[in-house]
Write a protein that binds this ligand. Structure first.
Ligand code: M6R
Length: 614
């Protein structure tokens, strides 16, 4: 994770850096820092915690840097070393002449640190990054060329990195490079920007260059040179970013998360535009580039994802298997990449990611691509690293999601799976035409059903207050809503820090039931359909152990009143679409509990929106 920015030009640099970092705060908020080139020396400012703390730290120092036109900045999600001022970036070499900001992980930092310490380098932090500052400084001492020094240092570094480097000897030169971490250059008039992501630069320019791995760029106000890792000059590929600067606003909601929960009906409508017009017409999914014959004969799909996207993928498996009869495996990307997976050119590999930058998923995708699989990416960021690896790309168009806890992107990912499965089932002819029509008709009215739930959010808020002080929470479900139980629990734990776990209800009696007593809330996702009666029995078993029972249901079954202390009612829906309906109250429940507890809902502790380290 972490976010980096850099600027060299003719404008006062500090506001540009702070503005850029604010746009990257989704990448981490453990600490932040900037280094600016002043006439006499490089000056470094750092603060622990959110960017606001750095702004306060800078107050009173304005006279030191108002004339400064070049600088680098960093927002940190701590990997090596606690979030302290000493560990905050930028890091400097022993004499302080060279400064560096870094996103990624230097895997061989221990060996490098030992070697550099033996050579006399003085380390001040516990970070992996500081080794790079010393390493580049030593290379610079030998060759007196900053670009060359960065290039030589990168030959000795193992791991992932995006780097911005400045040296006191080069008063208007910024050197940047990357490997397995995102970095782009923004091109302005007499100025260049460097950043981990588009939002940090889009206010200033739409002209950009996405750096490829191992490329090194040297930037001055009026020149840009790009080099390969061998040091040869490369012609840069300039792109026009398909972005508009957006002023991110909570639109009157207390938190972005609540606003994003409320955006979900429109997210569904958006993803249907151009793809599903009426229930009688076929799904249009021009994004899928596999030819129809291949799709027809496809017999294996692997889906790879992390976190909330993994839960969407698990539901995707149910949907594709039910609609198309194709076997689907789902795996957490971090598990997929370190074992011998059976993936080849006959496997369709689907990567799911809101950000399109998640390091584990990106690595998994690259591995599968190298084995010849067709790569289909479902993402909210069609300009991301993952999208660049895609053979087929389904953008989910959920709009920027600011809250670290994913909500609307999850609904959008589920919709992508429904569309994909229906599209494939039409090609494979695996569902009767009348059934297909009724499925599509139901898909189109899901937004209204979500609106009905949102209109009654006060009832969920009341339930949230009742359970807000619990230490643990159990969610149970079966079938297609088991991943909903996992996702509901993830939402609660990540924003309220309550120990919440989702279980397949049938598994309760194989161990977890031992935890149940009169203090434990058990929320049963009891949606009409094939497993309703089974789940009802499992809920009875939990009740018999005195658990505090809550139902989330679309059933009118009267016996629920005796079994459950609280019942959250949702509109009726076909079982296969129930995950879209059942997750909404769970997002709201998590939100209201966290809000009641006074937690930092949009930026929960220890998390970041984009996880670009393994
Ligand atoms: O950007 P991605 O969808 O690849 O991110 C995956 C997870 O990091 C993400 O879903 C995370 O679990 C969220 N905080 C969940 O709310």
């Amino acid at each position: 994770m972490c976010g980096i920015v850099g600027y060299v030009g003719n404008r006062s640099v500090v506001d540009i850096l702070l503005d850029g970092l604010e746009q990257l705060e989704y990448r981490g908020y453990d600490s932040s820092g900037i280094a600016v080139m002043c006439s006499d020396d490089i000056k470094v400012y750092k603060a622990v915690g959110k960017l606001q703390n750095l702004r306060e730290e800078l107050r009173g120092h304005e006279s030191e840097f108002t004339a400064s036109k070049m600088g680098i900045g960093h927002i940190r999600w701590a990997t090596h070393g606690a979030p302290t001022v000493l560990n905050a970036h930028p890091h400097t070499c022993t004499c302080g002449n060279l400064v560096i900001v870094h996103n990624g992980i230097i895997e061989n930092y221990k060996e490098l640190r030992e070697k550099l310490s033996a050579q006399g380098c003085v380390f001040r932090s516990q970070t992996d990054t500081e080794t790079v500052a010393h390493l580049v400084a030593r290379k610079y001492a030998e060759c007196k060329d900053l670009t060359q020094a960065v290039r030589l240092a990168s030959e000795e570094i193992e791991g992932a990195y995006a780097l911005c480097v400045m040296h006191n000897d080069c008063k208007n030169k910024l050197v940047i490079t990357k490997r397995n971490a995102p970095l782009l250059i923004g091109i302005g008039e007499g100025e260049y920007f460097a950043a981990s992501d588009v939002p940090a630069i889009i206010k200033h320019t739409k002209k950009a260059i996405y750096l490829s791995d191992n490329q090194i760029a040297s930037l001055t106000p009026d020149s840009m040179e790009l080099f390969s890792k061998e040091g040869e000059k490369i012609e840069p590929k300039v792109e026009i970013l398909p972005w508009e600067p957006v002023a991110l606003s909570k639109m009157g909601y207390k938190h972005f998360m609540l606003k994003e929960i409320h955006e979900q009906p429109d997210v569904i409508r958006n993803i249907l535009v151009g793809r599903l017009h009426t229930p009688d017409e076929n799904i249009i999914l021009n994004e899928v580039k596999l030819n129809k014959e291949t799709l027809k004969n496809l017999n294996r799909i692997q889906i790879i994802a992390c976190g909330t996207s993994l839960h969407a993928a698990m539901i995707g498996k149910y949907i594709i298997e039910s609609f198309c009869g194709i076997a689907v495996d789902v795996e957490a990307s971090s598990e997929y990449i370190y074992r011998k997976t059976v993936t080849d050119e006959h496997t369709l590999v689907i990567g799911v990611s809101q950000s399109g930058e998640t390091a584990d998923t990106l690595t998994a995708i690259k591995q599968s691509k190298a084995r010849g699989s067709h790569i289909l990416i479902i993402t909210n960021r069609p300009d991301s690293a993952m999208a660049r690896e895609a053979d087929s790309l389904i953008p989910v168009n959920a709009g920027i999601e600011v809250s670290v806890a994913a909500t609307k992107s999850y609904i959008a990912q589920l919709m992508a799976f429904y569309l994909l499965a229906l599209y494939m089932s039409e090609i494979k002819d695996s569902i009767a035409a009348s059934t297909l029509t009724s499925l599509k008709a139901e898909l189109m009215i899901l937004p209204q059903k979500i609106e009905q739930i949102l209109a009654r959010k006060d009832e969920i808020q009341a339930v949230a207050r009742y359970y807000a002080n619990t230490k643990d929470f159990i969610y149970i479900a079966r079938g297609i809503n088991f991943p909903t139980a996992l996702e509901g629990a993830l939402k609660l734990k990540e924003i309220s820090y309550i120990n919440a776990t989702g279980y397949p209800a049938g598994e309760l009696k194989h161990g977890p039931i031992a935890m149940l007593d009169e203090t434990m809330p058990v929320l049963s996702i009891l949606m009409n359909g094939s497993v309703y009666e089974k789940l009802l029995s499992n809920s009875e078993e939990a009740k018999a152990r005195n658990a505090r029972m809550i139902a989330l249901t679309n059933s009118k079954d009267e016996k629920l009143e005796d079994l459950f202390e609280h019942i959250i009612r949702v509109p009726d829906v076909q079982e296969l679409f129930s995950p879209i309906i059942s997750i909404i109250p769970l997002q709201l429940l998590a939100y209201y509990i966290a809000e009641f507890l006074g937690k930092d809902v949009d930026q929960p502790r220890n998390l970041a929106k984009s996880v670009t380290v393994e």
